[in-house]
Design a protein around this ligand. Sequence first.
Ligand code: FES
Ligand code: FE2
Length: 369
Amino acid sequence: MDSLRELLAPFDPSLPLARAHSIPSAWYRDPRLEALERRRVLGDTWQLVGRADQLSGPGNFVTVEVAGEPLVVLRDERGALRAFFNVCRHRAACVVGEAQGTARRLRCPYHGWTYDLRGQLLGAPEFDGVEEFRREDHGLVPVAVDRWGPLIFVHLGASPPPLQQWLEPLPTQLQGLEELRFFERREYVLACNWKVFVDNYLDGGYHVNSVHPALGSVLQYSDYRTECFAQTSLQSSPLRSAEPDAVDASASATRKGDLARYAWAFPNVMVNLYAGVMDTNVVFPLGPERCRVVIDFYFAQLDGAEAQAFAARSVELGHRIQLEDVGICEQVQRGLGSRSYSTGRFSVRREVAVHHFHQLLAARLQSPG
Ligand code: FES
Ligand SMILES: [Fe+2]
């Protein structure tokens, strides 16, 4: 493949689903595409980076990396959420080293410049006599930050759309997130491109019965629906009670309510919601053929031994489902490297959201700018 243009050209986003092909296999492997995605996709979309419980009080902070950029996200002394590039304005050292904590001010470990929680430069030791140097011009560079219930997002782009608008219609359709409490985080490193994980998530239940028999036993597969919106999609399936001889009783014991909902926001944010149970999955690229998936589990009820045991069982089921997905995603990545494969077709009944993802992605990667 000689040029980036030749790499990008083969996908035609204008084809309707019934005529469309998936994005080319080279898009899941080529380092040049990964660099372009950093700039135009992960570096220019709302990214889920933290939870409100991590930033509950003044001075609480977390450090994260988005699209290769080090960031610090915090709550200032007045209770406002703020995010900054975690890069000192003096010689570019990382200002905050810890993954999370509490601080009254931020002090760069290199030469001791200090910043307040609003990012203003408070002190620069031994800087007398420096001409045309104004402290107010050397604050930490801010980044857009906002939240949806307990979920905190940042956006590195120059003119971010409002988060609520970006997520439409998820905030109105998925109510009650505020009442959920964080229970546990699990992280996974997968030997596949991050988009393989997203494709797998968005396939409209197509893989559920074969890859996740326990989960399949509680979903009413024939009534599984997928709807696509501007930057989001929503899959939903009625739940049925498992038959007595079900493959695995833990699915029916921990996936309750009438409806399972699987929401996605472009490009890498996934929210799974059952009655009183939620988990968020975010997938971050770690190179063309590796990614990290961070899963946070939340529950409406965590008081008492019974609720704790329920939450632990539910996390265990989520973990087993995730291992099933890891296995299939890693196999897919190997197949994508085969000379025999370049693209595949879509099930019109099932795979509308995968196609929608590929169209959104291509719109950014193929745009001339
Ligand atoms: S790089 Fe931060 S004080 Fe010098
Ligand atoms: Fe799956």
